[in-house]
Write a protein that binds this ligand. Structure first.
Ligand code: BMA
Length: 313
């Protein structure tokens, strides 16, 4: 087996979810957050409606590969209060993070005011309680670490302005509502597969060597942008410290359902589940249309970050 060319082993039954699996009208099923609770796998995925705006759906599985979608959407844009104003154009790209008995879900809230990050929580995946809008516009892709550091919550996100394009920043919070101490910790590398933009991907997970973070990187070509996945390793005690960013991507669009679809040439992750056997299940949206899954050996991904790194900045 040539590990260098096959860091992620695609599940043979990909795509694992298509719009045909959804019992209500949607045009896509992609970019799924993932969590494993008492042996059951849950995905919270993004779907485009036929008006071009997005909602979130829920799917459950016993094995992490064969999912059944819940009969009703899991979360739709708020209809009242401050969230309604900022979710008017839809909610997208959720990430789930378990801390204590709560499942925190961060998501992109779109409106005429731009895109910002919303944070909500659930304990049972039936009802959802919105906590706060935790950024201003133009932020996307917030992932929380599933631990507190010196009593504070920690998140990665990706602000964007013309003079500070698409990099990964870290912020801290005592209460999930107020965030600060922000700093940039990882930037796109020039003339590299992630040179146009990078953003947080799956919720980071703990390994013996550090927090492993599967992120996305984008390269602009004459044929449009290509979205790929890469890995970075963060210090266990101080997640602002990056121990290594793998120079090579770990996954790029290759299968027909990743190359062609609503947006072609996209693999985009919002969730990964580490297993006790040393592997990780990575879930990704293919071409913004379907959900795919693959597995990787965690030590191989950690090794790639440490043995062949590129500078984080
Ligand atoms: C990003 C987001 C993602 C999407 C990706 C590729 O900017 O909109 O939801 O998967 O582009 O189209």
């Amino acid at each position: 087996m040539n590990l260098k060319n096959s860091m992620v082993h695609r599940f043979k039954g990909n795509p694992i979810l298509t719009k045909g699996n959804v019992p209500y009208a949607v045009e896509t099923v992609h970019n799924a957050a993932a969590v494993k609770i008492l042996g059951e796998y849950l995905l919270v995925f993004r779907s485009h409606l036929r008006n071009g705006r997005s909602i979130l759906g829920l799917a459950r599985s016993k094995d992490g590969c064969n999912f059944v979608v819940a009969p009703e959407p899991f979360m739709v844009p708020a209809r009242e209060g401050v969230f309604a104003e900022y979710e008017e154009f839809g909610i997208e790209d959720p990430r789930i993070c378990q801390i204590d008995n709560d499942f925190l879900i961060s998501y992109s809230a779109y409106s005429r005011h731009g895109v910002r990050i919303g944070l909500c929580k659930t304990s049972d995946f039936r009802s959802v309680e919105r906590i706060a809008l935790i950024t201003q516009a133009d932020y996307r892709n917030a992932v929380l670490f599933p631990a507190k550091f010196q009593g504070r919550y920690v998140r990665l996100d990706r602000p964007h302005t013309e003079i500070a394009p698409w990099s990964i920043w870290i912020s801290y919070s005592p209460d999930l509502i107020h965030w600060g101490d922000s700093r940039v910790i990882m930037k796109p590398a020039p003339y590299h597969w992630d040179q146009m933009k990078i953003g947080p991907g799956a919720t980071p997970f703990r390994t013996s060597k550090g927090w492993l973070h599967v992120y996305h990187g984008v390269f602009q070509t004459m044929d449009g942008a290509v979205y790929r996945l890469g890995v970075a390793l963060h210090d266990l005690e101080d997640p602002a410290k990056i121990l290594g960013v793998a120079d090579e991507w770990i996954l790029q669009p290759e299968e027909p359902c990743e190359v062609t679809g609503y947006v072609h040439n996209v693999v985009f992750t919002c969730g990964a589940i580490p297993e006790d056997d040393g592997t990780v299940k990575i879930y990704w949206g293919g071409a913004d249309t379907v959900v795919c899954m693959g597995t990787a050996v965690i030590d191989d991904l950690v090794g790639l970050c440490l043995s062949a790194p590129r500078p984080p900045m």
